[in-house]
Design a protein around this ligand. Structure first.
Ligand code: SAM
Length: 246
């Protein structure tokens, strides 16, 4: 049987890909991706000629059978998502389970990830953290989820869309207006920005200093501040102009 490779791809900056990822994408029989137009940008840039097939949230049940068939027929398959790591708030989990059940080899080719990149630059404790993907969309459920996450002794990392980020910051503020929070925006892209402050300071700066367009990760400090090694006095805004390959 073949092998399924889970391949990490850039979260914005085309340069963020490993040599092994490129070689694997070139050598695979097929690349399964969420949106062929997005992955095409990557394959064109690196002159990867492997055929692209689509595997996304809405066709995954149907495509899994075909994929398993390809793998059992001895094909090598690379799974990528639009950005970052497959399976991490992206499709792939059911496929990995299916492969393991059928004795098909699964290998990972690590790469960039928005949650960890945000955590690393945020200045919020990175010792112990919980990644919770996207919050529920409904107000009540979102608040309940945040309330429970914000009582944990761990840093919390969540993904947020530009349409909901302001409301989410507001909700965090309702729960604890002094909580230290970071907003990481457009990581690895031209106008990367990481702002760390109390959530109420961040709320005041939204729109003026923090552009609400783009892609966002929110990092929320743990409830217990007592044993934190580093504490800072006020807002830190990091505006970076990144060497950006689009
Ligand atoms: N699989 C991806 C990963 O490993 O990071 C995450 C995919 S998830 C569908 C997309 C979300 O990740 C976006 O809505 C945003 O919250 C976050 N994200 C992706 N790229 C980002 C970037 N360059 N800067 C900030 N957040 C990003």
């Amino acid at each position: 049987t073949g092998t399924l490779y889970l391949v990490g791809t850039p979260i914005g900056n085309l340069e963020d890909i490993t040599f092994r990822a490129i070689r694997t994408l070139k050598e695979a029989d097929f690349i399964y991706c969420e949106d062929t137009r997005v992955t095409k940008k990557l394959t064109m840039h690196y002159e990867i000629a492997t055929p692209l097939k689509s595997y996304h949230e809405h066709n995954k049940d149907k495509v899994t059978a075909q994929l398993i068939n390809d793998l059992e027929g001895g094909h090598t398959i690379a799974l990528v998502s639009d950005a970052g790591l497959p399976l991490i708030s992206d499709p792939g989990f059911e496929l990995v389970v299916e492969c393991r059940n059928k004795g098909i080899k699964v290998e990972t080719i690590p790469g960039p990830n928005a949650a960890l990149s945000a955590l690393m630059t945020s200045g919020i404790a990175s010792y112990s953290f919980l990644f919770d993907g996207f919050l529920p969309r409904k107000d009540k459920e979102k608040k309940a989820r945040l309330e429970s996450l914000m009582t944990l002794p761990h840093t919390v990392i969540i993904y947020e869309s530009p349409f909901r980020v302001k409301h989410t910051i507001e909700t965090i503020m309702e729960i604890d207006r002094n909580r230290k929070v970071a907003i990481a925006r457009e990581l690895t892209k031209k106008f990367e920005q990481v702002v760390t402050a109390s959530v109420s300071e961040i709320y005041e700066r939204l729109e003026d200093d923090i552009n609400l367009k783009g892609e966002f990760v929110i990092v929320i400090d743990a409830m217990d501040e007592a044993d934190k090694v580093h504490w800072w006095a006020s807002l830190t805004v990091y505006d970076h102009v990144v060497h950006y390959i689009d």
